[in-house]
Design a protein around this ligand. Structure first.
Ligand code: ADP
Ligand code: MG
Length: 267
């Protein structure tokens, strides 16, 4: 039975889909079989980030309504045949699927794949609840911004309320120079607020945009960018390896301390 992991955040636009695509690809390159579920039924774009959009024929909705079998809907990656995508339907509303149906899909996939990664939609409503329903583990993605960190904290609480205690953190879009200049929260600032284990730190990297446009995850690049390297490292940690964190750890000198105290009290 494979591990079912939801990639979630609360806030939109913090890097969940980028993370799903890169971790899926990195794990597949480490000889794991991986099924990615695009659970963002409103705004699917995992297919685009993987460059598989032209190969989508059926979606999860077609499987659930009996229009096709699950294996017919799975889009196999053209570079890594250990990686498949279960696309989301774009035209239907987010309520087109139930938590129970999401559990069924994940349960079927976990029999055949080492990893089932679920790319969660933003928000904490129905789409979020469906995406977390089958998960045994969660990866919280946040950027070092107050709004994103606060939403992440809220989501950690909701995951716990749903008996999901195995939650790890990816801090995305870190800019060490800004942290040094006290213009951005540091890794330890964020960790102190969220108090969950750190799985990885991904720096701000303009290669992310290039990779998105090309439909080629960063981890495929011949010479890895920093963010690409970060995702490769994260995938290795997921497999149980001890891999040092990239040295991006500009430390602030406490400018955020007051803010942190405020946040911690409020949350
Ligand atoms: P989400 O799925 O959480 O909404 P996305 O993965 O779609 O977030 O990313 C949102 C935007 O942020 C995209 O335009 C993406 O290219 C950009 N982005 C994500 N991570 C990084 C990064 N490390 N460096 C630069 N841009 C990034
Ligand atoms: Mg997304």
């Amino acid at each position: 039975m494979g591990r079912i992991i939801v990639i979630t955040s609360g806030k939109g636009g913090v890097g969940k889909t980028t993370t799903s695509a890169n971790l899926g690809m990195a794990l597949a390159r480490q000889q794991k079989s991986v099924a990615l579920i695009d659970a963002d039924f409103g705004l699917r774009n995992l297919d685009l980030l993987l460059g598989l959009e032209n190969r989508v024929v059926y979606t999860a909705i077609d499987v659930l309504s009996g229009h096709c079998r699950l294996d017919q809907a799975l889009v196999r990656d053209k570079r890594q045949n250990q990686l498949v995508l279960l696309p989301a339907a774009q035209s239907r509303t987010k309520e087109a699927i139930t938590a129970e149906q999401m559990r069924q899909l994940a349960a079927a996939l976990t029999k055949k794949f080492d990893y089932v990664l679920i790319d969660c939609p933003a928000g904490i409503e129905g789409g979020f609840r469906n995406a977390i329903a089958p998960a045994q583990e969660a990866i919280i993605v946040t950027t070092p911004e107050i709004a994103a960190v606060r939403d992440a904290d809220r989501v950690i609480g909701l995951l716990e309320a749903n008996r999901l205690h195995n939650t790890q953190l990816i801090l995305n879009r870190l800019r060490p120079a800004m942290v040094k200049a006290n213009d951005m929260m540091s890794v330890s600032d964020v960790q102190e607020i969220l108090s969950i284990p750190l799985l990885g730190i991904v720096p701000e990297d303009e290669k992310v945009i290039v990779s998105t446009n090309k439909g080629e995850p960063l981890v495929l690049a011949e010479s890895l960018s920093l963010a690409g390297q970060a995702y490769v490292n994260i995938a290795r940690r997921m497999g149980g390896e001890t891999v040092e964190f990239l040295d991006l750890n500009g430390e602030s000198n406490g400018m955020f301390a007051k803010l942190k105290r405020l946040l911690t009290r409020k949350l």
